[in-house]
Ligand binder design. Structure first.
Ligand code: NAD
Length: 427
């Protein structure tokens, strides 16, 4: 049975109107993009299509990406925006009202905080940070400077996710004691790609920025940084945050009490260093969460390779991505319920609804759907699991204070040294 009608009521019930058009502001916002790669350009195109953006600057440390972005914006708007290699020069010269940040993860904190301090509202890609204390510093800056910071966890405004949340809250799934989140993408061991000279036009030193300066490898940039722990946090930091955020949204919890993770690199021999296999458990007061990922062994044995299962006393709800949501009742005589996903192209996302929610929050002075606080909490779950994996220990988390209890070594991993001249942001 399809439940398409659920969308409207669900959106209304959660106080959101994801497809509402911006109407009240006459002038488009002065928008700048830092990180003009794959996802940054998806956001910027969407902002232009929404009619609420005028591009006043583009920043990228790779001239190839920068020029391609300038060409495209010129083609779309008839105006070629100024290009910058250094985000600080962009903020100083262009004085944007909104900054989109879509760099690799290790640059999120410095870019976001500088943008906030310059007076801009920020659309910040997930995960909010590469280490925990950076996320706290972004949250603190957003509150101090009273700027809206929307995180790119667009599943909070995606129609089938909204209606799944409303369905869970009707009590139809019963009391939920466990949620299992997972992403299993197939792949093989891979092969080594040799290091190389950085391509002409790429400022590799600036790309690495506050992170360690590794030799350039074409596997890292563009897009491959996700599987290198100097710059990101593997599949958990990349994909896990989306699903852990859905669980925090459903439960209205902010943080787990304990976190344990194990895993390793059992298959990959491709020069990346993030775990190809990982399991994490998170204990909350009334339910337990698990995360699993595997970067190999695509198969037809498992029904779906992505999403969360909510296990309740009345049945199990699978919340997925392209496959919408499906409820399997415990009573086998009851019908299975299903709702399709309704996603935007390219890449099956809900950026438009997230962008409109963002500009609405700026106009009204309210918190957006994916406020930095939500992004910080979901990111923290991923980062804590990575610390547990590295230390091999279960962590007791004092989420209210943002500290790990009784474990100085693990606590020291809530941050990391920055490469000079960059200075680690203080919350
Ligand atoms: N919300 C989502 O569903 C979603 C989807 C995809 C990617 N993302 C996020 O978007 C971000 C970018 O990912 P991507 O796949 O587009 O990567 P990408 O490699 O295609 O783009 C990143 C760009 O940032 C540039 N860059 C690096 N350092 C910079 C700096 N200091 N200043 C300016 N530019 C710099 C790179 O040269 C590159 O052009 C990541 O944080 C990723 O997690 C989010």
């Amino acid at each position: 049975m399809h439940r398409r009608a659920f969308i409207g009521t669900a959106a209304a019930g959660l106080g959101m109107a994801p497809l509402l058009r911006l109407t009240s502001r006459k002038q488009p916002y002065r928008v700048a993009l830092i990180g003009a790669g794959w996802w940054g350009m998806n956001i910027l195109r969407t902002a232009l299509a929404a009619g609420s953006a005028r591009v006043v600057g583009l920043c990228d440390v790779d001239q190839r990406h920068l020029r391609a972005a300038q060409d495209e914006i010129d083609m779309l708007t008839g105006t070629r925006p100024q290009g910058y290699e250094d985000y600080r020069a962009l903020l100083e010269a262009a004085r944007p009202e909104i900054v989109i940040i879509a760099t690799p993860d290790h640059w999120h904190a410095l870019g976001a905080i500088a943008a906030i301090k310059s007076g801009a509202h920020v659309y910040l890609e997930k995960p909010v940070s590469h280490t925990h204390d950076e996320g706290r510093a972004i949250l603190s800056a957003a509150r101090t400077y009273e700027r809206v910071v929307q995180v790119g966890t667009h599943r909070r405004v995606s129609p089938h996710n909204i209606s799944a949340m409303a369905f869970l809250r009707t009590g139809s799934v019963g009391k939920i004691g466990m949620v299992r989140a997972f992403v299993h993408y197939g792949g093989g061991p891979g092969t080594l790609t040799p290091d190389a000279d950085a391509p002409p036009g790429l400022n590799w030193n600036m790309w690495c920025g506050p992170a360690p300066l590794r030799p350039f490898n074409p596997r890292i940039h563009p897009r491959g940084f996700r599987q290198y722990l100097d710059y990101a946090n593997g599949q958990l930091g990349d994909w896990g945050i989306h699903w852990l955020d859905q669980i925090l949204w459903w439960s209205e919890e902010q943080h787990p009490k304990t976190v344990f993770s194990t895993g390793g690199r059992h298959i990959k021999v491709d020069g990346t260093d993030a775990p190809d296999t990982q399991v994490a458990t998170f204990t909350f007061e009334t339910f337990t969460v698990t995360w699993e990922h595997r970067l190999y062994a695509a198969n037809q044995a498992e029904k779906t390779n992505i999403g969360c299962y909510f296990y309740g006393t009345k049945g199990t709800l699978h919340l997925g991505w392209r496959d919408g949501w499906t409820f399997y009742p415990s009573r086998t005589t009851d019908p299975v319920l299903h709702e399709d996903a309704l996603l935007d192209q390219p890449d099956d996302q809900s950026i438009r609804a997230l962008w409109d929610d963002f500009t609405r929050a700026i106009e009204r002075g309210t918190r957006p759907a994916c406020d930095i606080q939500h992004g910080y909490h979901a990111t923290s779950m991923c980062l804590l699991a990575m610390i547990s994996l590295k230390t091999g220990r279960s962590l007791d988390w004092d989420g209210a204070r943002g500290t790990i209890l009784g474990d100085p070594e693990a606590t020291s991993l809530l941050r990391r040294p920055y490469r000079a001249p960059w200075v680690y942001p203080v919350p």
